[in-house]
Design a protein around this ligand. Sequence first.
Ligand code: B12
Length: 225
Amino acid sequence: MGEEKENYSKLKEFALQWGASLFGVCEISRLNGEFLDLSPQVVKGLDKGISLAVRLSDKIIDGIEHRPTKLYYYHYRQVNYFLDRLALGVTQFIQNRDRHGLPVPSSQTIDWEKQRGHLSHKEVAQQAGLGWIGRNNLLVNPEFGSRIRLVTVLTDFPLSSDKPIEDWCGDCRDCLGICPAGAIKQRVEDFNHLACYEKLDEFRKVCKIGHHICGICVKACKGGE
Ligand code: B12
């Protein structure tokens, strides 16, 4: 086995043991989205993106009816902490082998006006073969649907790369019509980001929760069962 493949399988095994549900690697050169708050000097040479996903609790997601629950809010925060720790663990694994790892925060907004994070975890996950960007504008994995959260580690560790999945939502329209903001359309390109944000802002105030969350489109998408 070549060095890249051997590193890939050892790191994947490590991440799964730590609690990752999905693991994949992509070439950074394949990304269209730009990086924010990451200086070119810092990311220079980090040519691979490791995408990690953690499954959400089905019971908690199933409990969401018309608005986010307090249980979902708590779960959302814990899964974010868990993802950040997982990304840190992967970074330690890499640094212990004299290479670099940069864990990108799981859920941090850097530019509130444009509503952007450091990079798009969804795009990295899509390129790393974890799933596709569905009609609901979320990363859809064939097994878990959108009931996952994501994190990315940028690295120069020699790793083989995955390929994107050649599949899409097809005729499934489980997410159409359920969005309380009416943001989900037939085509993902028409997703109404502003309507989604305004509804999440309303939930934040009405439900007295400190984050912009909802969970209804996450619940609707169970993948290709
Ligand atoms: C800011 C933010 C928001 C903003 C919206 C920002 C926006 N306009 O996208 C608000 C607060 C409204 C929001 C809402 C939600 N969010 Co949010 N959010 C983020 C955050 C922190 C940054 C996103 C960002 O930078 N967007 C900027 C744009 C440019 O990037 P993008 O939307 O990801 O789009 C790229 C790809 O989708 C791709 N693309 C777009 N269309 C297509 C089509 C095809 C065919 C292909 C191949 C690619 C492609 O190109 C784009 C550019 O690179 C990310 C974490 C992160 N760093 O990624 C979480 C994140 C996207 N959110 C997430 C979630 C779950 C939600 C909510 C469900 C709320 C909740 N938790 O209950 C809703 C989702 C609504 C929906 N259906 O989209 C998850 C998504 C997980 C998943 N399974 O996909 C993320 C990844 C957090 C995480 N760590 O898991 N969010």
